[in-house]
Design a protein around this ligand. Structure first.
Ligand code: MG
Length: 278
């Protein structure tokens, strides 16, 4: 259960009707068994945890997750494995980005952990590239958490020095709050989404170490403003880099590989520093 948004627990789910509209559905009879009055007062008759209890539960879940994430980070560091937590809305192109990256980056061993609510479809796509992969299915859950990752590490057994991509569940909300032990979160959006996405999901963009804007080959056909998007991203996360790419044409992919190389270098440099101090 995710106390953050209430997914997987109907008791904390909140449904809001955004605008007033006519509830007469033109002759369709909706028999909900208990009542024919659909104009009841929302908030009075639904079971919700009191706000203070919900916040306490959320803090407990996140504190437990943070502890497990620290263990994951130590486990990865001991093996010189650099991990990136890939997040996006569904359909932004995370799996396709990984497929191309696996095909083009051959100087380093790569492994992938796939997260989806159901199916092995993305893991099968990654497996077809010859890359080591495991799939986590979260069922009703909307995000990966550090405990799931710990178990995935055991199943995957990545070799020391591996570049590890964790493809999170397609969702820009809860994955922002759950540290998995990764070096950095990479947020992928695409030009078929709104320019204002960073403003709508500020927690995710604030947590990002890199923002990728995919599908730039479609820019002539869609109403997406790259400069405006960069401005929105920077208003939330001033230091973050925004990388426009097209996984389809390969445009901008070299800068993504440069960024990965820079991060891997920085990660191993900080490890050397730890060794020197020890
Ligand atoms: Mg995918």
């Amino acid at each position: 259960m995710c106390a953050t948004c209430g997914c997987g627990n109907d008791a904390t789910a909140m449904i809001t009707v955004p605008h007033d509209h006519d509830h007469d559905h033109g002759g369709h009879h909706h028999d909900h068994g208990d009542s024919h009055d659909h104009h009841h007062d929302h908030g009075a008759d639904h079971m919700h945890l009191p706000v203070t209890e919900t916040i306490t539960l959320e803090q407990k879940i996140l504190a437990k997750n943070d502890l497990l994430a620290r263990h994951n980070r130590d486990w990865l560091e001991q093996r010189n494995i650099v991990a990136f937590n890939m997040t996006s809305s569904p359909g932004a192109g995370k799996t396709t980005l990984l497929e191309r990256t696996i095909g083009e980056l051959d100087e380093v061993p790569i492994a992938v952990i796939e997260g989806d609510q159901e199916t092995l479809l993305d893991a099968e796509r990654i497996k077809a590239t010859g890359c080591a992969v495991v799939q986590i299915n979260t069922g009703a859950g909307c995000h990966l958490d550090a405990d799931m990752l710990r178990r995935a590490f055991d199943a995957l057994a990545p070799a020391p020095g591996t570049l590890l991509f964790i493809e999170n569940v397609g969702n820009l909300v809860c994955p922002a709050l759950f540290d998995l032990g990764e070096r950095s979160k990479v947020v992928v959006i695409s030009v078929t989404e709104g320019t204002d996405k960073p403003l709508k999901y500020p927690h995710m963009f604030a947590a990002a170490g890199l923002v990728i804007v995919n599908k730039t080959d479609l820019l002539p056909y869609v109403d997406f403003d790259l400069d405006k998007c960069r401005e929105y991203v920077r208003s939330i996360n001033p230091g973050v880099e925004m990388l426009p790419i097209s996984v389809t044409t390969g445009d901008g992919m070299a800068r993504w590989y440069d960024w990965l190389a820079k991060e891997r270098f920085a990660a191993s440099a900080s490890l050397d520093h730890v060794v020197e101090r020890a």
